[in-house]
Design a protein around this ligand. Sequence first.
Ligand SMILES: O=C(O)CCC(=O)C(=O)O
Ligand SMILES: [Fe+2]
Length: 307
Amino acid sequence: MACMIEKLSDDLTFGCVVTGLTQQDLESPETRDELRQRWLIDGLVIFRGSTVTPAFQIALSDCFAETIIHPVKEIRHPEHEKLIRLVSNPQGEDEDLIEVDGVAGCGWLPWHKDIIFTDKINHGGILHATKITSTGGETGYIDQIDAWDRLEDKSKREIEDLEVVYKFGPPESSPWCCREQVRYIKTGPANRSMYARAESDWPAVVHPLVFTQQATGRKALNLSPRFAQSIVGMGKTRGDELLTILSNHLWDSPSYHHTWSPDEMVLWDNWRMLHRVTPAPYEEVRIVERTTLDGDYGLGRKLPTAA
Ligand SMILES: O=C(O)CCC(=O)C(=O)O
Ligand SMILES: [Fe+2]
C-alpha cells in the first residue's frame, strides 16, 4: 500500500500511525486486511496526513465492521446518520459548562469505555476533530491488555471471574467517575435528555471484569471506572475497595494523549482501550465527529431485577 505504517511509540504497548491513507487505498483487500490486523493487534490506529471527509471516515470505518447508527439519539449528527457529533461550546446558549479541578472548561470527559452501560458494547469507532481548541481537548488512551499484564498474579486470580455492574447516570452517580474534582455548572440539552431517561431506558447491566481477546488470546482488564457501580455478589466493603484499587491502577497506567490536527482520524478498539478527553479553555469551541463500529463480544447482560 502507498501509505506508511509505524509504531506509535517504543515506550507504549499499543498504537500505530498510518500516514497518507486515501479513500482509494481502501479498494485494496490487502490494505483492508492489514488495517484490520493493526486495529486488533495495536488497539489504536492514528491516521495522519489524510484528506478527511465524512464519506472517507465512514468508508474507512466499514473496513473494520459495519458502521452503525449510534444507539443514543441525542448525540447523532444532524446530517450524517452514521456519525455522532459532540459539540463543546461552554459559552453557547444551552451547552454543558463543567468545572474540572476548579477551572471552567469545555470538552472534558473522564476515562471510559463507550456504551458500557448497555449489554452490547460497540467494537470501536473512528474519531475526527472538526473544530480544534488552542490547548487541551486531547483524546487520551490507556491499554487495558497492558493494565492486566501489570497486575500481580494474586490480584489476577482474585478478579479473573468477577463481574461488574454498570449504570448510566450523571457523574455523581458514578462512584469511580474520575480522580478530578468535577462540578457541572450547567448541563446542556443532550445530557439533560439522557439523564432524564436513564432509569427507564438504561437499566443496570453486567460485564466481566476480565475479557479475553478472541483473535490473540490476550486478556484485558475490562473495567470502565465511569459508570461502574459494584461487583456482582461481593460485599460492598471489599467490592468498593477492589474497584478503587483497580481504578487507581488504570488511572496510573501509561497513556497516549492525541493532540488534534484536521488531517487526522483516530480508530480504537473499545473492547480493549479506555479513552478520555482533557479539558479545553472555557472561551473556545470543540467539535468532534465519530463513527460507531458494530460488534458484540457477547459477555454483557442485563442485571436481573429482584423478583
Ligand atoms: O471528544 C473526544 O475526543 C472523544 C469523545 C468520546 O468519548 C467518544 O467519541 O467516544
Ligand atoms: Fe467515548
